[in-house]
Design a protein around this ligand. Structure first.
Ligand SMILES: [Zn+2]
Ligand SMILES: [Zn+2]
Ligand SMILES: [Zn+2]
Length: 403
């Protein structure tokens, strides 16, 4: 756009006309501004977010950009004042939150598959306020007193009496409180079997006192078994992290990209479509047969995005199992987050049935569950050809999951 300086403004026209021209230009400029604004919104979904959410998204993306350069990942550091006793300083700086408070955000990014968790530590937290500043004390099993001492027991062989060492004390010597005999030689006439807890209040003896927790933050008291355990993680980049940073968003990423791990030996869908086309050409020229299977994961009749929800590791494991069960020339490719396609060259309908059955059994053993804990269903669709169809493209569209 060229800018009009006052020098270049049309001269020799009446002032009223020039003012009118100026208003027209101003209004055009405003219109242009509005359309650029709309266009920008369409191009970046981020622009549609309210400012708070936008800042949130930026901070999350900054964390992901940061972790891409951290070989060791986002490593927690000990901090006695943080809620879970650990901080993730760089993430907290980027988010502008207090020490330790990046954890829920990092966990959320891990749930989205954008960070990978690695167990770093495990802390006991208060069942009431979830902070980890806790105190554990042994308490008396009879009267709940915390006034417990540890004492050694003494077993007098001659009369079989077992009592606290303090009961045997007689000046600097040991004398049995039951039979009044003096004890001389450890191992000869007495032994010290083990130690025991003694309650200072009710004098009960116990080998295993209760353990009681007390929260320094909210003062709650609870038995040890009620303390919750929280896993503290190191967070590392995943295959999706760079993609999220590149596209500036956290969702709707190409999760299927995760599938192309060399170990999983899965094909890309466009390659499988290409190979299917070649199979048709081969059929037309040389005859023969081949089949294609399509497997859709479903929950409640709807596609279930198993590849989006499962961890990268689980997906690779699935890929390895599937390709491991097939022949070398068979191809498996993910179609979308819920669907897989399997190309079986030189396989008639009956053979394809057998393959589907075998793969289905293998997948049944993996037992994927939906969010409600219900097993995810598998729906198989199969087509076989012993002559080239007249309409290649319709079949290829089916393979691509377009109909
Ligand atoms: Zn005795
Ligand atoms: Zn007691
Ligand atoms: Zn508490």
């Amino acid at each position: 756009m060229t800018r009009q300086t006052p020098d270049q403004a049309p001269r020799g026209r009446p002032a009223g006309q020039r003012a009118g021209e100026l208003r027209r230009l101003e209004s055009e400029l405003a219109d242009l501004g509005r359309s650029v604004g709309t266009l920008a919104q369409e191009l970046t979904p981020e622009a549609a977010l309210d400012p708070g959410l936008r800042a949130d998204l930026r901070a999350r993306l900054a964390i992901l950009a940061d972790v891409l350069h951290r070989h060791d990942g986002i490593v927690p550091q000990l901090d006695p004042f943080a809620p879970a006793g650990h901080t993730w300083p760089e993430a907290e700086r980027l988010l502008g939150v207090a020490a330790g408070e990046a954890r829920p955000v990092l966990e959320e990014l891990a749930d989205l598959g954008l960070l990978q968790r690695e167990l770093h530590n495990r802390v006991h937290i208060c069942p009431q306020c979830t902070r980890c500043q806790l105190n554990f004390r042994e308490t008396c099993t009879s009267c709940s007193s915390i006034d417990l001492g540890i004492e050694r027991l003494v077993h007098h062989f001659a009369c079989a009496y077992i009592g606290l060492e303090s009961e045997y004390a007689d000046g600097i010597e040991l004398r049995c409180p039951k039979c009044r005999e003096r004890l001389f030689q450890l191992g000869q006439d007495f032994e010290r079997p083990h130690e025991t807890y003694v309650c200072g209040d009710c004098h009960s003896l116990m080998e295993a006192p209760f353990v009681n927790g007390q929260c320094f933050a909210c003062a709650a008291q609870f038995p040890l078994r009620d303390a919750r355990v929280l896993d503290v993680h190191v967070y590392r980049a995943t295959a999706l992290t760079a993609r999220a940073v590149e596209l500036g968003r956290l969702t709707a990423l190409q999760v299927v990209d995760l599938l192309f791990d060399p170990a999983a030996k899965l094909a890309r869908l466009d390659y499988l479509v290409h190979e299917t086309r070649r199979e048709f050409v081969r059929l037309r020229r040389h005859g023969g047969e081949f089949s294609v299977l399509r497997l859709r994961f479903e929950s409640g009749g709807e596609p279930f995005p198993v590849f989006q929800l499962a961890s990268a590791e689980a997906i690779r494991d699935l890929g390895v199992r599937l390709t491991g069960a097939l022949r070398e020339l068979d191809l498996v490719a993910p179609v979308d987050t819920a669907t897989l396609c399997v190309l079986l060259p030189e396989t008639a309908a009956k053979g394809a049935d057998d393959v589907a059955e075998r793969l289905d059994m293998l997948l049944a053993a993996v037992a994927v569950q939906d969010a409600a804990g219900k097993p995810v269903q598998r729906s198989w669709d199969q087509r076989s050809w012993d002559a080239a169809p007249t309409d290649f493209e319709a079949v290829l569209a089916w393979v691509r999951g377009e109909n």
